[in-house]
Write a protein that binds this ligand. Structure first.
Ligand SMILES: Cc1ncc(COP(=O)(O)O)c(C=O)c1O
Length: 454
């Protein structure tokens, strides 16, 4: 269906613009240091911005709006590998043709944003694609939200309405669920809710312990049994990330999750999976599909790489009118991009055995292990992850050492970030635009940085 205004001339101009923009962006294709005459710019702009924001920045980074594939340009003219993708959203890489197309098509529309009261074709088409992508599960509906945190809030409200007055929630240690008033209580790190009153009652149990895989399920089940013994008949659901992002990519096995989920079902609990970070990044579009858990999930939240956020839910959890609403679905360009992204990913060779995502996972983990066993012995320790979510430990895995490593890595041409606490890990959220040549260069930068810092 045609969206917005359309004519042959608009189409011709749009095609021309598309190729001109892409050609210009493609000039940003290699790591380079700052330009001498622009060196001062980033610090100056960030300093001023810090004043407006009230807080400093971790990296000396201010995007110029130019970049291509895995490369991002900073206003000082330097170019770096972006291996964190704005903490998740930028899965396809910079100036991907689909992003450019989505913007140009959106420009023919009469509005910027669309919402729930008066609908548009973009959220309709994206919903259809999304529901189609979960057809092996019992998820039947999707509701948009303005952020991952708010998608989680909607999920909680649906569960509460269905299970009232069982308002307690079971979540996992090291979980991160967002920054809203509800999700800050689900998030495990108490430093993120300093001075806050507790608004929901959450009981945290241990996630999969990769240092003791044989007993991991029993440890979780024992903790779950303790929790329901202490608070009988008071919980609505069990909520978890199958791959815990902020924890540094902590994840279990299919058997582990099945054991936990069977117990949850036997105990009358709904299963809520938070895929805000893991969406599109495992060897299947959803982590619950990657682990073969389609039959168990009752409610799933998503965001980041989709360019939009929202909540999938079953027929049974469909709330009464009035509970869930809100002005925005998202911007026309973002919803349009979301639809193109899901179709591109599911129709291309990204998922499944030998898909590009599996190749990236295997390449990164084996190369990190190789460094840890050879030139970076005692410098690079644990390396692991699922799909495009890769993490590793450097030196003593303390916050100080890992921050120093990440800052040097940035100077040397790679943007990454921290994750986890005891141990702290280096986190990559890889873009799909990486070629094998890029990966070789990335590993020589990692090796050089380890020699300099550790
Ligand atoms: C697993 C998970 N849930 C929820 C959120 C919150 O999403 P948002 O920052 O869009 O509110 C995040 C963000 O990092 C996340 O990683």
């Amino acid at each position: 269906m045609i969206h917005g205004v359309h004519s042959n001339e608009i189409q011709e101009l749009s095609n021309k613009l598309f190729s001109e923009i892409l050609k210009e962006q493609q000039k940003v294709m290699a790591v380079k240091p700052a330009d001498e005459d622009k060196k001062h710019l980033t610090e100056e702009v960030l300093k001023e911005y810090e004043g407006y924001k009230g807080r400093g920045f971790f990296f000396n980074y201010m995007a110029s709006g130019r970049g291509h594939g895995p490369f991002t340009e900073i206003i000082d003219g330097s170019v770096k590998y972006d291996l964190i993708g704005a903490i998740g959203p930028n899965l396809l890489g910079h100036s991907h043709p689909l992003y450019i197309k989505a913007h140009l098509e959106a420009a023919t529309n009469d509005v910027m944003m669309c919402g729930n009261l008066l609908s548009h074709l973009e959220p309709y088409e994206l919903s259809k694609t999304l529901i189609d992508s979960v057809k092996g599960s019992r998820l039947k509906h999707f509701w948009f939200a303005g952020s991952g945190s708010f998608a989680n809030d909607s999920a909680l409200k649906m569960l509460w309405q269905k299970k009232a007055p069982n308002y307690r929630l079971i979540a996992f240690q090291k979980a991160f669920a967002g920054r809203s008033i509800a999700t800050q209580d689900i998030t495990y790190n108490a430093a993120y809710r300093e001075g806050m009153p507790s608004s929901i009652k959450v009981d945290h149990v241990p996630h999969f312990d990769h240092t003791d895989p044989e007993n991991a399920l029993d440890k979780t089940l024992n903790a779950l049994k303790e929790v329901v013994k202490e608070y009988p008949n008071q919980h609505c659901a069990i909520m978890l990330e199958l791959v815990q992002g902020e924890a540094g990519f902590v994840y279990g096995t299919k058997e582990y999750y099945e054991g936990v989920f069977k117990w949850a079902k036997e105990n009358g609990l709904y299963i809520w999976v938070d895929e805000v970070q893991s969406f599109a990044r495992t060897r299947e579009l959803f982590a619950f599909q990657h682990f073969g858990l389609d039959q168990y999930v009752d409610i799933v939240t998503t965001g980041k790489a989709l360019q939009a956020c929202g909540t999938f839910f079953t027929e049974e959890l469909n709330p009464k009118p009035g509970l869930i609403a809100g002005t925005f679905n998202g911007s026309i360009a973002a919803l349009n991009a979301g639809n193109k992204i899901v179709r591109y990913l599911t129709e291309g060779n990204f998922y499944g055995e030998n898909g590009r995502i599996q190749q990236l996972e295997e390449k990164f983990i084996s190369k990190l292990n190789h460094l840890g066993n050879t030139t970076c012995k005692d410098k690079i320790g644990y390396a692991g992850g699922v799909g495009t979510m890769i993490s590793f430990e450097v030196g003593d895995a303390s916050k100080e050492t890992t921050s120093a490593f990440i800052k040097k890595l940035f100077e040397n041409g790679i943007v990454s970030f921290l994750a986890g606490k005891d141990p702290v890990r280096v986190r990559f959220l890889l873009p799909l635009a990486l070629t094998d040549e890029h990966i070789d260069e990335i590993f020589s930068i990692i090796e050089k940085t380890a020699a300099e810092v550790l």
